[in-house]
Design a protein around this ligand. Structure first.
Ligand code: NAP
Length: 319
């Protein structure tokens, strides 16, 4: 092992980053986790997580992330709370390490890098939305839908995600109202048909959300919508608001360095976490526009650590 060069730097600290940290630390690779601007990732924005195996009584999202962090630290992962702004690409086969640069100006040399920076749900940008996130405003029906049994909820958006969220929510809610800014859905035809056929789903067309109302009670009570053609404003009484206007992978700092799809998701080689750059691996939502679950992210974090370990072995850098 090289003294000044790290074996593995993990960028990001959601379920993928911490799981990669646990596995890499247990392989005695002494990983460095650079936790990023939102340590703990998207689960820090949720309340109770009921679908993570091993927690039959549920677990609060932030608590789950704290447990994962402790587990990584217990085995020797080092964690720093900074953001990565750039990665200078080395040529590991020639034994030239990567240089990982943070926002405070620190630089770390490493033989491998695991990118686990996740994706962020796009938000509408309203102050009330930020304030009520986790208090009736959600970006994940799978995570929070069960809290809305027999309640009225709104879903914002007109794509496949919005329809999928709305259909899922009909299992719990008494009524699901889709608020869309146009009079035509972007979602695939089959999803549209399912939504149109579902008696619990109705639509508010050509409308944007002007505000989310809580009457100072700290929980969602309704929405103010505005018709984009007439300008008419209406109040819609709902107990929950699901924002489903798309996700954005957190890959801006990697543009031009590793191969990505048009939406900015990192492309991995089939059934692995290998990216287009040898020695850079990607795990979790940053490479997964499809499943986007804490458990799938954790699984791919494990894969990335194993892939990195094997890569280091093949380079003869570890036994
Ligand atoms: P998307 O296709 O980009 O749709 C986003 C929706 O949100 C659009 O209807 C858009 O309106 C609306 N929107 C965007 N910004 C908005 C804003 N600021 N205010 C109000 N509305 C806004 O995103 P997605 O639904 O997350 O899907 C992403 C990709 O994943 C797609 O390729 C999709 O097919 C795929 N996906 C597939 C499935 C499935 O097959 N089961 C499930 C989920 C996602 P406009 O229509 O007016 O642009």
């Amino acid at each position: 092992m090289h003294d000044e060069v790290k074996n593995v730097v993990i960028v990001g600290s959601g379920p993928a980053g911490y799981t990669a940290g646990i596995y890499a630390a247990r392989a005695l690779l002494k990983p460095l986790i650079i936790a990023g601007i939102q340590p703990g990732g998207q689960l820090m924005l949720t309340t109770e997580v009921e679908n993570f195996p091993g927690f039959p009584n549920g677990v609060m999202g932030p608590d789950l992330m704290e447990l994962m962090k402790k587990q990584a630290e217990k085995f020797g992962a080092e964690i720093i709370y900074e953001s990565v702004v750039d990665i200078e690409v080395g040529v590991p086969a020639e034994k030239i390490p990567f240089k990982v640069k943070t926002d405070s100006g620190k630089e770390f040399l490493s033989w491998t890098v695991i990118i686990a920076t996740g994706a962020s749900s796009k938000l509408l940008g309203l102050e009330s939305e930020r304030k009520l996130l986790g208090r009736g405003v959600s970006t994940c029906a799978t995570c929070d839908g069960a809290f809305f049994k027999n309640k009225r909820v709104a879903v914002i958006g007109g794509g496949d995600s919005a329809i999928e969220e709305a259909l899922f929510l009909t299992k719990f809610a008494s009524e699901v109202i889709i608020v869309h800014r146009r009079n035509k859905l972007r979602a695939s035809k089959i999803m549209q048909e399912r939504a149109f056929k579902n008696p619990k789903i109705s639509f508010v067309w050509n409308s944007v959300v002007e505000d989310i109302v809580d009457a100072q009670k700290g929980r969602v009570e309704g929405l103010i919508t505005k018709d984009v053609e007439s300008g008419e404003k209406k109040e819609l009484r709902v107990d929950g608001v699901f924002i489903a206007i798309g996700h954005k992978p957190n890959t801006d700092f990697l543009k031009g360095k590793v191969q990505m799809n048009e939406a900015g998701y990192i492309i991995c080689k089939d059934k692995s976490t290998e990216t287009s750059v040898q020695g850079i691996f990607a795990a979790g939502d940053v490479q997964d526009p499809k499943y986007r679950q804490a458990i799938t992210a954790a699984g791919s974090g494990c894969m990335a650590a194993l892939d990195a370990q094997r890569f280091l072995e093949n380079l003869g850098l570890i036994d």
